[in-house]
Write a protein that binds this ligand. Structure first.
Ligand code: PRT
Ligand code: ZN
Length: 288
């Protein structure tokens, strides 16, 4: 007998909107009305039960088997120290854990951190990094507003999450070294249990289709046939692009799927190579 797949997600925070949008694009529908007040909700059209909790609790729930899967920042998975696998990177919630120091600080490189005080909410990851660099420093655990620790005289440096970097700047800090890059990930404790394996496969099939589609664009352009080979060489698509003849026989239309990352640079090169009428369209789902 199969049962519903249980997935823990962040209840309210930086990952919750993107996670809800991912689920909506996967066509998992939840009863309306109870909204953010409900911790547990069952999808109406798919065997899926979602547990909405604080992100810090998710690794424990996955490790204990309370849920089959979880969605958290990879930083939270790493810091938990639990043996949890990343099943899929979800391409949102991008940030990095970085070591930073006050702008006027004498600390210029990571090796200058020897013997210094570092404030962080990520003691495990920070300690692991320092150990890997052969540095002994004093780690001060602070939950929240780590960036003010140096100005309060509590620390010489911080190890904190950075998104845009504006929080560091506003607090007179400069990045010394990135410790690791993070993004939202789908985690599990290894193989999911047998009674939920088939449901898990179809859940992953949908998540992957949406997640891949989100990061690719459908690109259409027209080009004179004599420039076609140059255009083809610039398109890094899945396979070779589709080439369609046009009413004007010396021109063709080219259709291709291209990664969103670096798209502007590709478009500039395509234009320089003779592409005209370039259209970029979103891809809702992409089945590999
Ligand atoms: O309530 P709960 O415990 O569930 O949430 P939380 O407050 O612990 O986490 P939340 O919602 O702040 O973040 C959830 C996840 O989002 C993190 O674990 C990261 O994986 C990811 N994420 C992405 C970030 C950021 N970007 C980010 N910028 N988490 C935190 N920040 C902080 C950063 O440290 C800084 O203080 O946001 C502030 C603004 O950053 P800048 O660099 O853009 O100025
Ligand atoms: Zn948290």
């Amino acid at each position: 007998m199969s049962r519903a797949l249980k997935v823990a997600i962040q209840k309210s925070g930086r990952l919750s909107d993107d996670t809800k949008s991912l689920f909506a694009h996967c066509d998992f529908h939840f009863p309306a009305g109870r909204g953010s007040a409900s911790i547990r909700s069952k999808a109406m059209n798919f065997p899926l039960e979602v547990l909405a909790v604080r992100d810090d609790d998710i690794p424990q729930y996955v490790a204990d088997g309370v849920v089959d899967l979880g969605i958290v920042g990879d930083n939270v998975r790493r810091e938990s120290g639990k043996d949890l696998q990343v099943i899929e990177k979800l391409n949102y919630g991008f940030c990095r854990l970085s070591l930073a120091v006050p702008i006027g600080s004498e600390i210029g490189t990571v090796s200058d951190l020897q013997g210094k005080r570092i404030a962080t909410s990520y003691p495990r990851a920070t300690q692991e990094f320092l150990t890997s660099q052969g540095i002994e420093a004093h780690i001060h655990l602070i939950q929240g507003s780590v960036e003010v620790a140096p100005s309060l005289g509590l620390a010489d440096a911080v190890s904190d999450l950075v998104g845009t970097g504006s929080t560091l700047m506003l607090n007179g800090l400069r990045e010394l070294q990135s410790v690791f890059e993070s993004q939202a990930v789908l985690i599990s404790k290894g193989k999911v249990s047998l009674d939920v394996q088939a449901v898990c496969e179809s859940f992953l099939f949908r998540v992957r289709a949406v997640e891949r589609g989100r990061n690719q664009k459908y690109l259409l352009l027209n080009v004179e046939s004599e420039n076609l080979e140059r255009i083809k060489s610039l398109l890094p698509g899945l396979r070779s692009p589709t080439v369609v003849s046009l009413a004007n026989s010396s021109w063709v239309a080219v259709h291709s799927v291209v990664p969103e990352h670096g798209l502007w640079e590709v478009i500039e090169k395509l234009k320089a190579a003779g592409a005209e009428g370039i259209l970029v369209a979103p891809i809702e789902k992409m089945i590999a």
